[in-house]
Design a protein around this ligand. Structure first.
Ligand code: SAH
Length: 228
């Protein structure tokens, strides 16, 4: 039996219960969008981290995924997803196409895909991306991925209804912002490592509306790519 299958089987009986408890905690912590809670109840977070940490998968905490990176805290995934869904472009119930910068484990991409969103995701560390791709494929999530520096987005596939950046930068690159379609929403942590604000930007024609959704802590958004 593959490591993957034994891992899935070993936790299979308990993981849905553990996930349901996590969903209750997220609800208590202010997450209101039932679509987001339902999607997170369906994605097996323990399969996005190393087996040695799987027993902690349903704690509301960030966990290491190797290469000095982390899988984001579930509350942060929920809040960012909710922030993206709150204001879809006019006439759409959900953003149709979303770009993620920072695939990491692939968990956030899976949550978006579970909502029925077409997901494009960019990761700069080749090794993480290969693992994420394998997981997403095995679990049946259809996510288009790319190994690149995501700060400048994915021009060939633009415009996007939503853009989600899961690493903290000093600013949102204008090239990335240009790939947001009319009525689209971008959610990104912006600031220094010591203090980041989760910003939500909305494009209304030529105008960009900006609001802060509070303080967050993310790994840094870095330049260039890392190849194996
Ligand atoms: N969304 C991920 C969070 C991973 S942490 C998850 O659900 O697991 C953030 C990720 O962003 C890391 O994997 C890091 O390598 C990646 N990253 C940082 N700067 C980047 C850049 N410029 N382009 C693409 N990915 C980047």
């Amino acid at each position: 039996m593959s490591q993957y299958k034994s891992q899935a089987r070993g936790l299979g009986m308990t993981s849905q219960r553990a996930r349901d408890r996590l969903i209750e905690r997220l609800r208590e912590a202010g997450i209101r969008d039932e679509r987001v809670l339902l999607a997170m109840a369906s994605v097996p977070r323990h399969l996005f981290i190393d087996e040695a940490l799987a027993s902690r998968a349903y704690e509301d905490t960030a966990l290491p995924i190797g290469n000095g990176q982390t899988i984001s805290q579930p509350w942060v995934v929920a809040r960012m997803t909710e922030a993206l869904l709150e204001a879809p472009p006019e006439g759409l119930p959900l953003p149709r196409r979303v770009l993620e910068v920072g695939t990491g484990s692939g968990y956030q991409a899976a949550v978006l895909a579970a909502l029925g969103i077409e997901v494009f995701s960019i990761e700069r560390i080749d090794e993480l991306l290969r693992q994420a791709r394998r997981r997403l494929r095995r679990l049946g999530f259809n996510v288009r991925t790319r190994h690149d520096d995501g700060r400048v987005g994915w021009d060939e596939c633009a415009p996007f209804d939503g853009i989600i950046v899961t690493a903290g930068g000093a600013l949102v690159d204008p090239q990335l912002l240009a790939q947001l379609g009319d009525g689209g929403t971008l959610v990104a942590p912006v600031g220094s490592a010591s203090g980041q604000q989760l910003l939500r930007l909305r494009r209304q024609g030529e105008q960009m509306d900006q609001e802060s959704l509070g303080t967050v802590v993310f790994v840094p958004l870095l330049a260039g790519v890392v190849s194996a």
